[in-house]
Design a binder for this molecule. Structure first.
Ligand code: HGY
Ligand code: MN
Ligand code: MN
Length: 594
């Protein structure tokens, strides 16, 4: 390990061959990567160097990329047993406990390695120091190997390379002695928050936090404490359960910057959806408070209590309360157990009568910004840590039911049936084809249920949901019209009836150009390319869009950006970069306000 930490200055100014030697070991047995990347110097940041290294690999011929993968040792493989690993790999495999496998573990891992290499033609590679940089556990590594063994060769080639880049990023962090401390803290705070989960899920190690459950209230209390610990001058929980932390500015009357995201989750969801947008700005408050520094405006961070609409059909409820869009009819809505929202609020000690006072006066705010994981594969595929959101797609959601006639599965001929489930199935196939025809529309039936169904009964009823999205309102409306027309036609032909309830209708929310430019300047200042992209996912920002200028910053997700899934993941290095980008945006606003 280098006794002296490397510096960008040395890397930028030393003769190329000397500079390349400083990067020895970053890409396993593959000095050509550093040689190619150094042509891009000078580098203003480690992130910029990292991206140049990744680009050097991306632009290399396939054979060179495959050779890079094949230069890596197997996990708990023969090179480890023979003590022939590089210094870095030895440290990494030791840290992961791979040098201390039981004979059964060793046999299992080596059998998996053999199967993996036979299927893909290169060794299984995973960054064993993981997204936190301090190490995956052996069971996690084995589970990842088992999961990825089932992958598609094209995907797996990219996934293996992404892990090589993550290994390189961690090795660079060590070489430059620049641990992403603020990113690690953000990562750890979200890890702690993920300890709270609803019953029925917590026992399975799954994360589910739905509106106003005890786990949800425990999250609110923890977030409030984290806001106080970070240095917020005031922290309160409002009448719908939003947790609001405010870091005062030097001018009490100046409009504040509003930011935040949601802390509820989908069922068996990920740890970062929403929550990252609470803890990234909180890390900025921590730094400001630590330096006893004040901005010329207040920073107000809102942890929105409800965005996913899981327990009640009331999506964006938390941010909707701020924009004056809380629908009092929601209070009487029962959940699956018959508990009305009003009762749930009473149980949580919230007073619905105070909800109207949550509405914000837009004149008191500069705008709204939200940091969120991308929840998609784009940044991950481009080896980019951050992305700039240009617009949030329009969406419309329905819950519905088709009613036919339950009848004997054995005696009802195929021409006499009024099969409710088959009708919905036919609609699903149409929806997939119709949304696909647009290219950038999406349609999903996420809920599908035959109530009281039996294996030997033709389904008489079938409940379902529709989630339709598109980059513009007009395209969403056209998709919606075609799908609803087709549902009508299917039901008429099959002699079944249907009912539909619209639960969400959200217009596309283009980013405010001025605020989008601020995010772009922040990302550029980090030495990263500006990658602009729409958001396929809905966010609280689309609600605040109705009263304030807004723009979002996306953070790359691991595992091809999967989300609404326990595999949702992002690294402490990427979180660090999001914090630094937020710092930069605050500094821009500070300069603009003076
Ligand atoms: O469904 C969405 O787009 C968001 O995650 N609620
Ligand atoms: Mn979500
Ligand atoms: Mn979200």
């Amino acid at each position: 390990m280098h006794t002296m930490a490397l510096t960008l200055e040395s890397l930028n100014t030393l003769p190329l061959d000397a500079a390349a030697r400083l990067l020895d070991g970053v890409y396993e047995h593959s000095p050509w990567v550093a040689d190619a990347a150094l042509a891009q110097r000078p580098f203003v940041s480690l992130a910029q160097l990292q991206f140049a290294l990744a680009q050097a690999v991306t632009h290399a011929p396939l054979e060179a990329r495959l050779a890079l993968l094949r230069a890596h040792p197997e996990l708990a493989g023969k090179a480890m047993e023979a003590g022939a690993l590089t210094r870095e790999s030895t440290h990494e495999q030791k840290t992961a406990g791979l040098t201390a496998c039981t004979p059964q573990e060793l046999a299992h891992i080596q059998a998996l390695n053999t199967a993996y290499r036979e299927k893909f033609g290169f060794p299984f590679i995973v960054a064993v120091r993981g997204p936190r940089g301090t190490g995956l556990f052996k069971p996690q590594i084995i589970a990842t190997l088992e999961r990825r063994l089932g992958g598609h060769p094209d995907f797996e080639l990219q996934e293996a390379l992404r892990n090589v880049h993550r290994i390189a990023e961690i090795r660079l962090t060590d070489k430059f002695a620049l641990p992403p401390l603020r990113g690690q803290q953000v990562w750890d705070l979200q890890e702690s928050l993920a300890a709270f989960s609803d019953p029925g899920f917590a026992e399975r190690g799954e994360l589910t936090v739905t509106y106003l459950t005890d786990a949800h209230r425990a999250c609110a209390a923890r977030i409030a404490q984290d806001m106080r610990d970070a240095g917020c001058d005031s922290v309160h929980t409002d009448a719908v359960g939003n947790v609001v932390g405010r870091y005062a500015g030097t001018r009490a009357d100046a409009p504040a910057l509003l930011t935040g995201s949601h802390y509820d989750t989908v069922r068996n969801g990920g740890k970062y959806d929403g929550r990252l947008g609470i803890y990234v700005p909180l890390a900025c408050v921590q730094a400001l408070a630590g330096a006893q520094q004040r901005l010329p405006f207040a920073l107000e961070i809102v942890a929105f209590a409800e965005e996913e609409g899981q327990r009640y059909r009331a999506t964006f409820l938390g941010s909707g309360a701020l924009t004056g869009d809380f629908d009092p009819a929601w209070l009487e809505q029962p959940d699956a157990d018959g508990v009305t929202m009003r009762d749930a609020m009473r149980h949580a000690g919230l007073d619905p009568a105070q909800i109207p006072s949550i509405k914000r006066d837009p004149a008191r705010y500069l705008g709204f910004v939200e940091v969120h994981i991308e929840q998609g594969p784009e940044l991950n595929a481009r080896n980019l840590p951050l992305g700039i959101v240009t617009s949030i797609n329009a969406s419309v959601r329905y819950t519905g039911e088709v009613v036919g006639m339950a009848s004997h599965a054995g005696t009802t001929s195929m021409t006499q049936r009024r099969d409710a489930a088959a009708a919905v199935a036919e609609l699903m196939v149409f929806l997939e084809q119709r949304a696909g025809a647009d290219g950038d529309s999406v349609g999903t039936v996420g809920l599908l249920h035959v109530p009281g169904g039996s294996i030997n009964v033709v389904p008489g009823r079938c409940s379902f949901s529709l989630d339709l999205r598109a980059p513009t309102d007009a395209q969403r409306d056209a998709l919606e019209r075609d799908v609803l027309d087709q549902l009508q036609a299917i039901c008429a032909r099959r002699g079944v009836t249907h009912s539909l309830t619209q639960t969400v209708r959200a217009s596309a929310a283009p980013s405010d150009p001025v605020w989008q430019t601020r995010w772009e300047a922040a990302v550029q200042a980090l030495g990263l390319p500006v990658h602009r992209m729409p958001s396929g996912a809905g966010h609280d920002a689309m609600k605040l869009h109705t009263i304030l200028p807004q723009a979002m910053l996306f953070v790359r997700g691991e595992n091809a950006g999967i989300s609404h899934n326990p595999l949702e993941s992002t690294t402490c290095n990427d979180m660090q970069l999001a914090v630094e980008a937020f710092d930069h945006l605050l500094a821009q606003l500070g300069r603009a306000s003076t």
